[in-house]
Design a protein around this ligand. Structure first.
Ligand SMILES: *Cc1c(COP(=O)(O)O)cnc(C)c1O
Length: 365
């Protein structure tokens, strides 16, 4: 297969594919970033050059998500997993309750951390429907005085995604958007806080984007250790200590790429098209490709499916890898297969993997 630089078709779930144009741009500046005589990773995080990269990246987040002045944009470390703890640590005190919507493995991990700090009400228990769909509004058991309602906007492992977020009245939504941020448009005003590890839709691992609304941030517990307190990072513009400078630079380049490709609206059109191709293909061949997720909940980012038996699944994954289609194995906790198709993957790559899958079916069906 003739691809540029002999690159594979990369369907990794995370860390995941980065747009080739971004990698090429970064390569151009590898030895000397814009006349600085240095690679970005060699620069002081207190330098003028780095300051511009840092602020440009933050500004691109603001522009792409349409964030007003009431939002703080933070670039932290520790992954989404650290946010699982930092959020309840900051917003749950003695006697406070938070509602958590459990829609899969990542929600379950967030719930485990929250229970260390306050009362957790499970507003929806997805295991009761084997995580094959998201809750309907009327199924949610919300607490009127909850500090926040936590959701996982895209369930990377189970292959479900929210398109309309739950109505939580006056209670702010908090969302783990690690695997679908910038994949479709949404109204940020619905959220008190949302966060995302960068390694799916934003670039490299090592950067965690956290967006907080001012009024929500104002209610945070301040009696916390410096690095785990949002106020520290808000006051210092995420420069209290050394930030992951190279990752932030790369993320800024990915955001520029998104902007150049129509912004979030452009990504939304691209992702809708990809999802229609993949799920349309599954639905055309239901005896061979079985997607367990209910239609309305199917993720545009991670399409999970099973073949008639595990032997066929193993063979498809092995054959795919030999043919240059990488990352199709489902998460070890659920088995099966998964096509992770974040923003960086285009319809051409989807077309190629579906052609491979069709051929495999014809030889093994
Ligand atoms: C990948 C992922 C995580 C894990 O993030 P880390 O940055 O590894 O902590 C959390 N939540 C979701 C929804 C994910 O897809």
């Amino acid at each position: 297969m003739a691809t540029k630089y002999d690159r594979v078709y990369n369907f990794n779930a995370g860390p995941a594919a980065v747009p080739l144009e971004v990698l090429e741009r970064v390569r151009e500046s590898w030895f000397n970033y814009q006349g600085s005589g240095m690679n970005v990773m060699e620069m002081s995080h207190r330098s003028k050059e780095y300051d511009r990269i840092h602020n440009d990246t933050i500004q691109r987040v603001r522009d792409l998500l349409g964030l007003g002045d009431e939002f703080h944009v933070l670039l932290l470390q520790g992954g989404a997993s650290t946010q699982f703890a930092m959020i309840p640590m900051s917003f749950l005190g003695e006697g406070d309750t938070a509602d958590y919507v459990n829609t899969g493995s990542w929600s379950t991990k967030a719930i485990k951390e929250a229970k260390l700090f306050g009362d957790v009400n499970i507003a929806f228990e997805g295991s009761e429907v084997e995580f094959t769909r998201l809750p309907r509004q009327e199924e949610l058991k919300l607490t009127p005085e909850a500090r926040y309602v936590h959701i996982t906007s895209n369930n990377t492992i189970k292959g479900t995604q929210f398109f309309a977020y739950p109505d939580t009245g006056d209670v702010p939504l908090v969302a783990d958007m690690s695997s679908d941020i910038l994949s479709h448009r949404f109204d940020p005003m619905r959220f008190g806080l949302f966060y995302a590890g960068a390694q799916k839709n934003l670039g490299p691992s090592g950067v965690t984007l956290v967006v907080l609304r001012d009024d929500f941030a104002a209610g945070a517990n301040e009696a916390l250790t410096t690095m785990l307190k949002y106020a520290t990072h808000i006051e210092k513009n995420s420069l209290f200590n050394t930030p992951p400078t190279f990752g932030i630079y790369l993320m800024g380049e990915v955001l520029q790429w998104v902007t150049d490709h129509g912004g979030v609206e452009g990504m939304e059109a691209r992702n809708r098209k990809k999802a229609e191709m993949v799920y349309g293909f599954f639905d055309e061949h239901p005896d061979f490709f079985n997607c367990p997720v209910e239609r309305d909940s199917r993720s545009w980012m991670n399409a999970c499916f099973r073949l008639p038996n595990e032997d066929l699944e193993g063979r498809m994954i092995a054959e795919a890898t030999r043919s240059g289609f990488v990352g199709l194995k489902g998460h070890r906790s659920v088995g099966g297969l998964r096509i992770s198709m974040y923003n960086a993957n285009g319809p051409d790559e989807i077309e190629a993997v579906l052609a491979f899958m069709k051929d495999f079916m014809q030889h093994n069906g």
